[in-house]
Design a protein around this ligand. Structure first.
Ligand SMILES: Nc1ncnc2c1ncn2[C@@H]1O[C@H](COP(=O)(O)OP(=O)(O)OP(=O)(O)O)[C@@H](O)[C@H]1O
Length: 241
């Protein structure tokens, strides 16, 4: 059987004495999108940040294409092929679109193996809007364009796994549809994606697999098809939908 792109096993994460993720296990197969859902405070961002090395897990393992990464630094994990697009996007607002992408490119090339599957041209081909706006300061882009730029920056590092933390946050419905399109394109490119979302409809539109967290515990895991057929499987844990 093929090795999973990302395999998380029995992960415990704490802030001080307070445990916020309990024995989280999940597997992401290559070229698939796994939606990690849950109410506010369920532990979704904490989980994603732990995968990316920003928090140390108290216990458990995180394997990227079979390789344990839970002891690596965030930079080491990024180099190994897993990139986080954080909540709030964190682009450089005073730099242009092009400069933002170039900074990401330089950081990636300083320590890679010479293979550049993603480059400026390919990012522009994927997100035409970024090409149109390449001389514009990133801080003046719309929310949706900033999200595309944040994803573009991550792609410049040639990830095999992308971690997307609430990409639709604060975006108008039309723009959310563009984000959904972008995620589908990346999936068609065989990227493997963990998507944290409050937007249930967006998540179900693009996901293959669904994991629902409630106060840091997995309360549902299964195929997105099953949730599409019976939304109640997930919605009863999500409250607001
Ligand atoms: N730096 C921190 N120190 C202490 N507790 C934290 C910290 N960050 C988050 N928490 C707590 O950990 C729990 C999980 O938070 P987390 O941000 O992972 O949830 P989430 O599911 O991503 O929710 P949201 O959608 O609101 O971002 C919450 O109870 C939160 O208050």
């Amino acid at each position: 059987m093929a090795t999973d792109a990302l395999s998380v096993s029995e992960l415990d994460v704490c802030y001080g004495q307070s445990q916020v993720v309990h024995r989280l296990s999940m597997n992401l197969q290559e070229g698939r999108v796994l939606a990690l859902l849950g109410r506010n405070g369920a532990g979704k961002s904490t989980s994603l940040n732990t995968f990316a090395g920003l928090h140390q897990a108290r216990a458990g393992s995180i394997r990227l294409a079979g390789r344990p990464v839970e002891r690596l630094s965030p930079e080491g994990i990024a180099r190994a092929g897993m990139r986080l697009v954080p909540q709030g996007r964190r682009i450089f607002p005073s730099l242009t679109v092009l400069e933002n992408l170039q900074v990401a490119e330089q950081a990636a090339r300083a320590n890679d193996d010479g293979k550049h599957a993603w480059n400026l041209e390919r990012v522009y081909a994927t997100f035409g809007r970024l090409k149109e706006r390449m001389r514009q300061r990133a801080g003046t882009l719309s929310g949706g364009e900033q999200q595309m730029l944040a994803i573009g920056r991550a792609l410049m590092g040639n990830p095999r796994v992308l971690l997307l933390d609430e990409p639709s946050e604060g975006l108008a419905p039309l723009i959310v549809a563009e984000v959904a399109q972008a995620i589908k394109m990346l999936k068609a490119d065989r990227l493997s994606i963990v998507l944290v979302e409050q937007n249930f409809n967006l998540a179900l539109e693009v996901a293959d697999d669904v994991v629902v967290l409630n106060t840091g515990h997995v309360v549902h895991a299964g195929s997105a098809d099953a949730v599409r057929a019976e939304p109640e499987l997930a919605t009863r844990h999500l409250g607001v939908f």
